[in-house]
Design a protein around this ligand. Structure first.
Ligand code: URP
Ligand code: ZN
Ligand code: ZN
Length: 455
């Protein structure tokens, strides 16, 4: 058997050429012109189409116990949706409650995904409490191939850790050569602002962003970078949303801090006015950090283009309309999250590449290659070269359509991008040489996704 992809325009982070790709088993074994398929080989004609490396989403929450409920997707629904949108690898988060054991949580998250996920996956390990027992469990988890931690500077009293714990976590991360990803918002200030707003009778979803202004995120970002500087740890700011926070990360980079920045497709295309929609519609657009003033979008696009921001993720955290109603009398209780796992790549192509904001190489870089490099998956994932996994996306740029919850594959009753025009779709998506998507629809085998041990 084997799979031959013919005549595609192959685009990676640093190359752009036309050739055929021969996938023998799970890996790419030849890239040449005019390859002939051996008898029995599957052939995909990619003439007039792009062939990209499988895209990587470095920030998703598929299984997430959070704010008194659980995110809606399963590893099956989420990875089918991811694949239909061109994402072949996800990095999810193992998040134990503060009183829970990291090793038990790691087993739980793996049990949710194993034999169920249809794309490959790995995890960041959240540290929601720190002591010597936790530290020894974290070492075991790192040995098992989970080479990144996650800390929350927000979510006071739930997932957030204090400064002593943060300092100890970063010291451990440094000693294990592990990168620490972080949600950067000042939890105490948020609690105060929330209490003030609710006391003043301001309980609707449009108050969520008032309780988390840009300076709260900037302060959190500066705080993480200061702690990274003090410990020498490598850090990665997740879901950065605004210019104020970006300036703090850049200032830290200039001081020599090893800090990488991620932003989200939501922040590039949606703004705070969505959270002001009447009749509680705004709740669908409640996430943290919140959607910002539109003026931030040009800054984030520029930073993605010039490399100040390394990666584009989704922070996919799906809560349906009914779950959002948990906060109908108090915005602080609206489950935070805006789903976008399926839409990230095509929205980035449509509003980034097709509108001239990003070139094709940088598009691949921010949506695939950088995540692979930062999180220890490269060159198995994140590029098209001999020996890499045959995770390939044949993308047809001529196809035009519209985003709708009626046609998406996520287990959710709304789409944050409802009605947005889309240029292009995935004609074919392979995971380690197996055809999983054809003409934008899942056509493959369920449960073949593998847990990726990272180096
Ligand atoms: O609002 C968000 N971002 N929900 C998911 C949890 C997190 O903070 O990443
Ligand atoms: Zn977060
Ligand atoms: Zn998140």
């Amino acid at each position: 058997m084997g799979l031959l992809i013919k005549n595609g325009r192959i685009v990676t982070a640093d190359a752009d050429y036309t050739a055929d790709i021969w996938c023998e088993g799970e890996t790419i074994s030849k890239i040449e012109r005019n390859l002939q398929p051996p008898p029995g080989a599957e052939v995909i004609d990619a003439s007039g189409k792009f062939v990209f490396p499988g895209f990587i989403d470095p920030h998703t929450h598929i299984y997430l116990p959070f704010m008194g409920t659980f995110s809606k997707d399963t590893y099956e629904t989420a990875t089918v949706a991811a694949l239909c949108g061109g994402t072949t690898t996800l990095i999810d988060f193992v998040i134990p409650g503060r009183e829970e054991e990291p090793l038990k949580a790691f087993d739980l998250w793996r049990s949710k995904a194993e034999g169920i996920a249809c794309s490959d996956y790995t995890f960041h390990m959240a540290v929601t409490r720190f002591d010597s027992q936790i530290a020894s469990q974290l070492k075991e988890i790192v040995k098992a191939g989970v080479k990144s931690f996650k800390v929350f500077l927000a979510y006071k009293g739930a997932l957030g850790i204090d400064d002593k714990e943060l300092y100890e976590t970063l010291k451990l991360a440094r000693s294990l050569d592990v990168i620490t990803t972080a949600h950067c918002e000042n939890a105490d200030v948020i609690s105060e602002l929330q209490a003030e707003l609710v006391a003043a009778g301001r309980t609707g979803p449009e108050n969520h962003y008032v309780s988390r202004p840009p300076l709260v995120e900037a302060e959190g970002t500066r705080h993480l970078c200061t702690m990274a500087e003090l410990t020498g740890a490598k850090v990665y700011v997740v879901h950065l949303s605004c210019e104020e926070a970006l300036r703090e990360a850049v200032a830290a980079k200039l001081r020599g801090t090893d800090v990488q920045v991620e932003t989200l497709i939501q922040y590039l295309l949606l703004d705070m006015s969505y959270a002001e929609r009447p009749n509680f519609e705004g709740a669908k657009y409640v996430m943290s950090p919140p959607l910002r003033n539109k003026s931030n979008q040009a800054v984030l696009w520029a930073a993605l283009k010039n490399g100040v921001i390394s990666t584009l993720a989704t922070d996919h955290a799906p809560f349906d309309t009914k779950q959002k109603l948990m906060g109908k009398d108090n915005f602080c209780l609206i489950p935070n999250g805006i789903p976008s796992l399926e839409e990230r790549v095509k929205m980035l192509y449509t509003y980034g590449v097709a509108e001239g904001r990003l070139d094709l190489n940088r598009f691949v870089d921010v949506a695939s290659t950088q995540a692979a490099k930062i999180f220890g998956l490269f060159p198995k994932k994140g590029t098209i070269q001999l020996g890499s996994d045959a995770d390939l996306v044949v993308y047809d740029p001529k196809w035009h359509g519209t985003v709708s919850a009626k046609t998406h594959h996520m287990n959710l009753d709304y789409s944050a991008f409802e009605g947005f025009a889309v240029k292009g779709r995935c004609s074919a998506v392979t995971v380690r040489g197996k055809l999983q998507v054809k003409d934008g629809e899942f056509c493959g085998a369920k449960g073949i996704g593998q847990f990726l041990k990272r180096s």
